[in-house]
Design a protein around this ligand. Structure first.
Ligand code: ATP
Ligand code: MG
Length: 410
């Protein structure tokens, strides 16, 4: 029987004065996600214990994988402070795993120095006993299959086998909030997930060009937001749907074809920056990855970035596409992202978008029409939805359904 689960935070996080702040943020987030009435959370300076009471471990473990800032967990058994009980407990834990032919090491921490046997001696005594009991096992201190952790405390002895890795990073929200520009593509949901993993809560902005683009493309963005809301504070994310069609049409009608995408991106950044500044959100986040498409050459990034003074975090900037796909599969956004619905960037794609745009031309073309007025309109008509993983909403006609959803928002 499992007595409790130990949750470990990363070592880097636990240095100096930040320690208490990180632990506070972590405990706050964990109690948002877990049903803390059905279990007890015991806080220590560098770790937490969960006493399970009546909760089924598997449902808890699935949730642990959505909590950023947690680096690992292990099932712990607590026993009395004598050698015989320590051995019995270790053997019962080993009985739960597949025994034959393992390499192992024993790692002892003597937190209570009044315990009469020191760590080294206890580790080797236990090691010898195990070798006698399991003749096919071998010691390997560098890279063992099984590590037997023994922690000696005043109140008893904690014993657990391998620590199982979790998300890592920092507790989501600890670093504040960023505004993620999210398309329906593969990259931006991954960029959002990686930002949350690193402690940044999200608001999401999507530019939708219905009816020029399909309603399914907009619906996709809601589905993707639902998936990554699992990792968010309170497992909810605000999604801002910006009506982009009028501005999009104006770009197609007024701007030389090879500059449409460059200037479209600049418009998105203008709107996102303005909203972020109004809301005191200090950074924007995008799924840009250098080299992937014409709008992501270094020259394009330079010209697109020139319209904002806000810092832009690009978690995928230098990542390989296959690595991005791997993460999309882990967070279960892959299948939704690859559904073939055109969004504003894939509908009417120019035959040869410029890969070396210049600021001078972009500025000149933007003077060909009154974009400020169209930006004002898009911002005024933006709909905001509070999205959680269990939200059910179908965008038959965007405005109507979203309005209904808004009424139910808390
Ligand atoms: P993604 O897979 O995220 O769509 P991508 O590799 O297809 O990225 P682009 O289409 O060039 O790249 O978009 C670059 C970034 O611009 C996106 O990652 C996203 O942050 C932002 N973006 C593009 N289109 C939209 C949109 N319709 N709404 C919000 N943000 C967008
Ligand atoms: Mg895209």
């Amino acid at each position: 029987m499992t007595d409790k689960i130990v949750l470990k935070l990363g070592d880097v996080m636990l240095k100096g004065r930040n320690k208490k702040r990180i632990m506070d943020a972590f405990v706050h987030h964990i109690s948002e996600v877990l049903d803390t009435e059905a279990m007890t959370l015991e806080r220590h300076h560098d770790r937490c214990y969960i006493h399970l009471n009546s909760v089924a471990p598997q449902s808890l473990i699935n949730k642990l994988h959505t909590i950023s800032g947690l680096h690992s967990y292990a099932f712990v058994k607590t026993t009395t402070r004598d050698l015989a009980s320590i051995m019995t407990t270790i053997v019962s834990l080993i009985d739960e795993i597949n025994k034959p032919g393992k390499t192992f090491k024993v790692s002892t921490k003597r937190n209570d120095k009044s315990f009469p046997i020191n760590s080294m001696t206890l580790s080797s005594t236990i090691g010898e006993k195990l070798l006698a009991m399991y003749p096919s096992w071998q010691v390997n201190v560098k890279n063992p299959d099984v590590t037997i952790h023994i922690e000696i405390r005043k109140s008893g002895i904690d014993i657990y086998l391998n620590k199982i890795p979790l998300m890592g990073g920092f507790p989501v929200g600890m670093l504040g909030t960023g505004l993620l520009l999210m398309s329906g593509g593969l990259d931006s949901p991954v960029a959002g997930y990686l930002s949350m993993k690193q402690g940044i809560a999200l608001e999401i902005m999507h530019f939708e060009s219905t009816p020029m683009t399909s309603i399914e493309a907009a619906q996709k963005v809601i589905e993707l937001t639902k998936k990554i809301a699992l990792y968010a504070p309170k497992q909810k994310i605000l999604l801002h749907m910006v009506p982009f069609e009028k501005l999009h049409q104006a770009l197609i009608n007024n701007i030389p074809e090879e500059y449409v995408i460059t200037i479209m991106r600049r418009m998105m950044l203008r709107i996102a920056s303005r909203y972020a500044m109004q809301q005191h959100i200090p950074v924007l986040i995008t799924g840009e990855s250098v080299g992937q498409v014409a709008s992501q050459t270094l020259e394009s990034i330079h010209v697109i970035n020139a319209v904002t003074s806000m810092p832009i975090i690009r978690p995928l900037a230098t990542m390989d596409k296959n690595d991005i796909i791997e993460i999309a599969k882990v967070i279960d956004t892959y299948d939704t992202s690859i559904q073939p619905f055109d969004d504003c960037c894939s509908v009417y794609v120019p035959k040869s978008p410029t890969i070396k745009p210049r600021n001078m031309y972009a500025n000149r073309y933007e003077r060909l029409f009154d974009f400020q007025q169209l930006i004002d309109y898009a911002m005024k008509e933006t709909h905001t939805i509070s999205v959680s993983s269990d939200l059910t909403i179908t965008l038959n006609t965007l405005g109507l359904t979203v309005q209904t959803a808004l009424k139910g928002e808390d």
